[in-house]
Write a protein that binds this ligand. Structure first.
Ligand code: AMP
Ligand code: ZN
Length: 111
C-alpha cells in the first residue's frame, strides 16, 4: 500500500534494522524502543489489523516469532507479544504488526 510506512520498509524505500525475514514475514527493531529488545514483526502483504488477518498469516507470524525468540536468546528469560487494533488500543500504523518486548522484567500491567 502506497502510504504505508511498513510497506515502505518491506520495499526498502525507507531504512530499517531488519533482524529476521523469510518469504512471508519481516521483523525489524522498533524505532522508539520501549524495552531493551523491541522488535516489530509484520506480514509482507498489507493487512490492516487482526480484524482482517487470515489464519495462515497469523500462523506464519507466530512461527517467525518463535524463531526470533531463539535467535535473540530470549526464549528462556521470556518476552511479551502485543498487537494493537484500532484507536483505543493506540494503533498508529495500519499494517498488522506484533511487538516483541524483552530484555528486562516487564511491567505486570499491560494496560
Ligand atoms: P502501534 O502503536 O502498535 O501502531 O506501533 C507502531 C510501532 O511502530 C511504534 O512502536 C513505533 O515506534 C514503530 N515505528 C514507526 N515507524 C517505524 C519505523 N520507521 N521503523 C521502526 N519502527 C517504527
Ligand atoms: Zn502496509
Amino acid at each position: 500500500m502506497e502510504d504505508c510506512i511498513f510497506c515502505k520498509i518491506i520495499k526498502k524505500e525507507i531504512p530499517s534494522d531488519i533482524v529476521y525475514q523469510d518469504e512471508n514475514v519481516i521483523a525489524f527493531k522498533d524505532i522508539n524502543p520501549q524495552a531493551p529488545i523491541h522488535i516489530i514483526v509484520i506480514p509482507k502483504i498489507h493487512i490492516k489489523s487482526v480484524l482482517e488477518a487470515d489464519k495462515e498469516t497469523i500462523g506464519m507470524i507466530f512461527q517467525a516469532i518463535n524463531k526470533i525468540a531463539n535467535q535473540e536468546k530470549i526464549e528462556k528469560t521470556g518476552f511479551r507479544v502485543i498487537t494493537n487494533c484500532g484507536k483505543n488500543a493506540g494503533q498508529t500504523v495500519e499494517h498488522l504488526h506484533f511487538h516483541i518486548l524483552a530484555g528486562r522484567e516487564l511491567d505486570e500491567k499491560i494496560c
